[in-house]
Design a binder for this molecule. Structure first.
Ligand code: HEM
Length: 321
């Protein structure tokens, strides 16, 4: 029994040596990792600088334009699989990215509302004349005499309010999930334009009933344009650049110096033709880009140990401790 003691101390000593050796190896690995990271960062910077010589190789260029595939069989099949027209449905999707709790479905709901607005808007065009005197009478006619006219008008109005809210919420979710980062920077910019167009659609639609609410909203809104730097006659550098109430940006928006018949006609054309057309083209680019950027971004492929379930979870949790 006594002879056991020295053996124990020996094994303890050996254990201590092993531990020391282990921590030595660990710190060596850490040092090497740090060195490698530094090297990789330098390499990345060098590569980015090198790429600047040929803009087609920069990340920004690749996030905007189509990228040519190498002429190898693998790249060719990739070319087909990632082409929206040749392969409408993506070959694979990130399962977590399809979770409602991740996207809130806000992009899809916004697009759905745009379709509702287009459909109800076209039907409203059958009853509406964009001329002073007639416009407000058409609204009264829609409200009281046209079958389902009230429903049609309110579907259009409520869908418009909702689209503004869902576009903001969609943008908010993109911020929360960091989905504006590489490679989605360009799509973020397309999104910003879509937000501006959504707000402009709302604003131009507001005047169309030609009621007091719309009239004063557009009066206030376009009066702000007087103060546009360089382009408004009351804005910084405006007068110096020759701006007057009869040639500045407010005049261009209203088609005159007061909110009247021309303003109504201009609002109508922007609202029913120009902005929806530009927005439709940009939406097509937006969806195409989602696909090209590898589909909807997914949550990072790591799990919190507190969220782990199933066999093996305990072992993982203990190893992390
Ligand atoms: C008319 C307005 C818009 C429509 C119809 C629309 C539609 C969509 C749809 C259907 C998606 C797929 C993922 C999802 O549903 O969340 C998406 C993704 C995206 N949208 Fe929009 N969007 C609009 C406005 C915006 C705005 C205002 C921004 C930001 C400024 C934005 C930035 C993005 C980005 C970065 C993605 C990729 C997100 C990811 O991969 O996780 N979009 N959009």
């Amino acid at each position: 029994m006594e002879s056991d003691k020295p053996v124990k101390t020996e094994s303890k000593a050996a254990g201590g040596e092993l531990e020391a050796a282990g921590s030595g190896v660990k710190s060596n690995i850490k040092e090497e990792m740090a060195l490698l990271k530094k090297k990789a960062a330098k390499e990345n910077i060098r590569e980015e600088l090198e790429n600047l010589k040929d803009p087609a190789r920069t990340q920004i260029y690749k996030s905007i334009f189509r990228v040519k595939h190498e002429p190898t069989p693998r790249s060719r099949s990739l070319g087909v699989l990632t082409n929206v027209f040749l392969h409408l449905h993506p070959a694979k999707i990130n399962r977590d990215a399809t979770r409602f709790s991740y996207t809130w479905g806000m992009g899809g709901i916004t697009f759905y509302l745009f379709i509702v607005l287009t459909f109800t808007g076209i039907l409203l065009m059958f009853y509406y004349h964009p001329s002073k005197g007639q416009a407000y009478r058409d609204i009264l006619y829609l409200e009281s005499d046209v079958p389902f006219g009230k429903l049609l008008r309110n579907m259009h109005r409520w869908a418009a309010h909702l689209m503004v809210i869902t576009t903001w919420l969609h943008m908010f979710r993109v911020v929360l999930t960091g989905s504006y980062k590489t490679p989605r920077e360009f799509n973020w910019c397309v999104g910003v334009l879509l937000l501006v167009l959504t707000l402009l659609l709302s604003f131009t639609g507001y005047l169309l009933p030609d009621d007091q609410l719309g009239f004063w909203a557009v009066t206030v809104g376009t009066n702000m344009a007087r103060g546009t730097p360089g382009l408004g006659h009351e804005g910084p550098f405006g007068p110096q650049l020759g701006m007057t109430p009869y040639n500045d940006v407010r005049f261009a928006l209203l088609g005159g110096s007061i909110v009247d018949a021309n303003a109504l006609l201009r609002s109508y054309i922007w609202h029913c033709i120009a902005i929806p057309t530009i927005a439709s083209v940009l939406m097509a680019v937006h969806f195409w880009r989602v696909r090209k950027d590898g589909g909807i971004s997914g949550p990072a492929p790591i799990a919190l140990t507190s969220e782990m379930k199933g066999p093996g979870a305990r072992a993982v949790k203990q190893s992390v401790k």
